[in-house]
Design a protein around this ligand. Structure first.
Ligand SMILES: Cc1cc2nc3c(=O)[nH]c(=O)nc-3n(C[C@H](O)[C@H](O)[C@H](O)COP(=O)(O)OP(=O)(O)OC[C@H]3O[C@@H](n4cnc5c(N)ncnc54)[C@H](O)[C@@H]3O)c2cc1C
Length: 393
């Protein structure tokens, strides 16, 4: 596969770089570099700048307001933004429910929801997992009872990322107990400010609280907010999870972290020599760089085989997810080791370590939080089961 970029794409890369540098405050770029959490207002500001430029949805079809770019233009765009320490756009609307709505939703849903996803006015969260339904998602028990022109929802969702700030939730709920477990599940769009929705924050190991539990008590959802056909929610969820898992590969972010690791390895010394001259660190940096390059090619191959109506092939997106998330963790471990004692003086994710300058800033918080990447979007064990069933039988 040809991964060299053309002269046109070189010029585009420069345009992206200039746009990012002109539109991103240094404070936001620092937060991204140091792995700190951004405020909602900072995300919205950046996303609206991308929206006004026409760059907010690189992979969406033009008819729905996307850029409609080809594969290599998208790659140049995403990777250049990552190298400029731009925030990744919030995926729940743009990468997850947006494609589900324009592929399976009604015309009314497309008209109502897609514009406010694109301009970041509406924030979405994902209501799939429940206390006893994570890996075994089809055993979920949140129930949607049919009341004529609407459903009444009762149940509990958990680990809901950005649920505290979201306006809407795309949610899986059981509408029938007949047949296979997967067949009785429907895909609903729910208002997070509706009566009966209660949110409780969950504190994470890095002392952040970006996730929450959501309790649903007699929440009314009009039938017009059922996506596609009742009982076919599992199919739409699989389509969405393919997008989610492919996205978790995060090649651009890993390239940014690798550059940071190299800079730190050149500036930190041991025994009078920069760490980058030590064989152990040379080996680790080279190994990760090779894996990032290989992942990038695998990602391109996956994107080249992408079929809009079917989404990503399940096993392919699982492979990207496993390798991408393991690289992400290898990088945060490398950064912790490169910064030695400095990163271990941990006073909370948002705090600059009192010793060691900015090299260690955010390293431990990012390392702790990134334990999650091999869990969310489906754990590595589950991805390996998916790959084995698809490729080894
Ligand atoms: C920070 C964070 C954010 C999240 N955000 C969201 C969100 O926004 N929306 C949402 O819906 N969900 C979200 N999740 C939930 C996430 O998708 C689940 O945590 C994940 O699917 C694992 O489910 P579980 O936690 O119930 O673990 P379990 O399913 O109980 O698994 C526990 C362990 O058993 C292993 N295991 C389970 N079954 C098998 C098997 N068949 N074979 C081999 N090993 C197995 C798992 O790999 C894991 O190691 C988030 C989770 C976290 C931690």
């Amino acid at each position: 596969m040809d991964i060299d970029i053309t002269a046109d794409e070189q010029a585009f890369r420069q345009e992206v770089r200039e746009f990012a540098l002109a539109n991103l405050p240094q404070s936001v770029r620092d937060k991204v570099l140091f792995g700190a959490k951004l405020d909602k207002a900072e995300y919205v500001d950046w996303q609206q700048r991308l929206y006004r430029k026409g760059w907010i949805a690189p992979s969406w079809p033009v008819e729905y307001g996307g850029a409609g770019w080809n594969l290599s233009r998208r790659r140049v765009f995403l990777h250049e933004l990552a190298l400029c320490c731009a925030p990744e756009t919030i995926s729940f609307g743009l990468t997850m429910v947006g494609p589900v709505i324009y592929t399976f939703g009604s015309d009314e849903q497309k008209a109502r929801y897609l514009p406010s996803i694109l301009n970041s006015e509406t924030w979405w969260c994902q209501g799939f997992s429940e206390p006893n339904a994570g890996s075994d998602l089809s055993s979920l028990r949140t129930r949607a009872q049919d009341r004529g022109d609407h459903y009444v929802i009762n149940g509990q969702k958990t680990w809901t990322t950005f649920g505290m700030y979201a306006d809407k939730m795309f949610c899986l709920a059981r509408t029938s107990d007949e047949g296979k477990q997967q067949n009785g599940i429907s895909f609903l769009l729910l208002d997070m400010n509706a009566p009966g929705v209660e949110r409780r924050p969950i504190q994470t190991i890095d002392e952040g609280a970006s996730i929450c539990e959501v309790f649903l008590n007699d929440v009314v959802v009009p039938k017009s907010d059922l996506v596609g056909t009742e009982g076919r929610g599992w199919d739409y969820a699989k389509f969405l999870l393919g997008h989610e898992r492919a996205m978790i590969a995060r090649v651009g972010r890993s390239r940014m972290q690798l550059e940071r690791a190299k800079r730190i390895a050149a500036s930190q010394h041991d025994g009078g020599r920069p760490l980058i001259e030590h064989p152990l660190f040379q080996y680790r940096i080279c190994e990760i760089e090779t894996r990032v390059r290989a992942l990038e090619i695998s990602e391109l191959r996956a994107l080249a085989g992408y079929q809009p109506e079917k989404g990503f092939d399940g096993a392919t997106s699982s492979m990207l997810k496993v390798e991408g998330s393991e690289i992400c963790q290898a990088l945060t471990e490398l950064l912790v080791d490169l910064t030695g004692h400095y990163s271990k003086v941990y006073q909370g994710r948002y705090e600059q370590s009192p010793v060691g300058g900015t090299d260690a800033h955010g390293v431990m918080g990012d390392h702790l939080f990134n334990r999650v990447v091999t869990i969310y979007g489906g754990s590595s064990e589950i991805q390996k089961n998916v790959i084995a069933k698809s490729r080894l039988q």
